[in-house]
Ligand binder design. Structure first.
Ligand SMILES: *Cc1c(COP(=O)(O)O)cnc(C)c1O
Length: 398
């Protein structure tokens, strides 16, 4: 029987989604990457260095923590995969560590990246500092103002932050500017994309770097539960890289329920939301076919979420396919529910999550967990960067 595959095919597609819809001028860059990425990342020398850096620099393996009080509250066994304990505070560093080693193997000595809230920019500036490579981060001028602490971090790490004044002056415009730079510098520059988005091979490459999350989960669950898989995995989805990493080794194990949590903002139908898979339709954004929020003329609709990391109008093509094939279920969580969950996790477990991550925790209220079930929540990042939002938006009752 032909079982459905959730991995990328030879042409870069997940079902009908993915591919590389790029301007001709970008073709040489993408072609080089596509031809070389698998050979490099599967080589012995790459794997040795990647695993060495994940251990000694990033701090892996991250713990799989049994959250006793949270479990008592919901009446099931809830484990937290602690990506918040990584160096720089989130899962994003797994990907940038992989891509910086790849860049060296490709002979590139100049790195560019786009960033919205600045988390990916910081993770990129961090690995560039360590590698002694030039780092240029494009960031919408509005985001430069809104995310000043991350701008200062990138600068302290030696990166040049270039504000982008076109369009809405946010992430989409920064991405366009990074692509323009790459077209002009095809020989010496590598573009580090921050999620499982963009043209093939980026979605597959970033998924592979993040798959260390589920690789560790298998070992840790065996130790703690006697079985290498959980009943449920829950993860928040912006572009979808932490979710893709947490799902990867379980994609074809249908005993594992995959719950993807998207930001509903002020409500799915409020007109102020980032519930991309629910509201989106087929289209092309940043080089791949996927589900995206657009109007009847195909113009991209501005997304909204209290959390900057989930505020993206598309999703990675793997997530479009996981949804449309029925493999993953989508849960929509509002700003208020996420704030509430952030306070709940802080009070019950002593862990202040990132606002993005709080969406995944809030989704517990949407599932009816069974007392026997083992649930893993991927705790994508820590809340230091969100303290201002938390103090300004105290939920009234916990
Ligand atoms: C960037 C970010 C996300 C969203 O990105 P994905 O690619 O969907 O994982 C989620 N959580 C945290 C903490 C982030 O920094």
């Amino acid at each position: 029987m032909n079982k459905t595959s959730y991995n990328v095919d030879k042409k870069g597609f997940y079902g009908p989604y993915g591919g590389a819809y790029i301007p001709e001028m970008l073709y040489p860059n993408i072609k080089e990457l596509e031809e070389k990425y698998l050979g490099i990342i599967e080589s012995e020398s790459f794997r040795t260095e990647f695993h060495y850096l994940l251990r000694d620099y990033v701090g892996r393996p991250t713990p799989l923590y049994f959250a006793k009080r949270l479990s008592d509250r919901y009446g099931s066994n809830i484990f937290l995969k602690r990506e918040d304990l990584n160096h720089t505070g989130a899962h994003k560093i797994n990907n940038t560590v992989g891509q910086i080693i790849l860049a060296r193997h490709l002979g590139k000595h100049r790195i560019i990246a786009e960033t919205g809230a600045g988390q990916h920019g910081v993770a990129t500036a961090t690995v560039c500092a360590r590698a002694g490579l030039n780092c240029i981060v494009y960031m919408g001028a509005l985001d430069v103002e809104r995310q000043a602490p991350n701008v200062r971090k990138m600068q302290m790490l030696g990166a040049e932050v270039i504000p982008v004044h076109s369009g809405n002056k946010t992430l989409k415009d920064a991405t366009n500017q990074a692509i323009r730079d790459w077209i002009n510098n095809p020989v010496d520059t590598h573009y580090i994309i921050g999620s499982v988005v963009g043209p093939h091979p980026y979605p597959d490459m970033v998924t592979r770097f993040q798959s260390v999350i589920s690789e560790e989960m298998k070992v840790q669950l065996t130790e703690k539960t006697g079985r290498d898989y959980p009943d449920v995995i829950m993860a928040c989805v912006g572009g979808g890289s932490n979710a893709a990493g947490a799902y990867y080794h379980y994609l074809h194990n249908e005993q594992v329920r995959l719950l993807s949590v998207e930001a509903a903002g002020k409500g799915v139908d409020s007109g102020e939301s980032a519930a991309t898979s629910t509201l989106g339709s087929d289209g092309i954004i940043h080089g791949s076919r996927t589900l995206l929020m657009q109007d009847v003329d195909g113009q991209i609709t501005e997304p909204y979420s209290i959390s900057a990391g989930l505020d993206y109008p598309g999703v990675g093509p793997i997530h479009a396919w996981l949804k449309m094939s029925g493999r993953a279920e989508i849960i929509n969580v509002t700003d208020d529910e996420a704030l509430h969950a952030a306070y709940l996790l802080s009070k019950l477990e002593g862990i202040i999550p990132a606002l993005e991550t709080a969406h995944a925790v809030a989704a517990l209220d949407h599932v009816k967990p069974d007392p026997e079930q083992n649930i893993v929540i991927n705790l994508s990042g820590r809340g230091d960067k969100d303290m201002e939002a938390y103090t300004e938006n105290l939920p009234n009752k916990i």
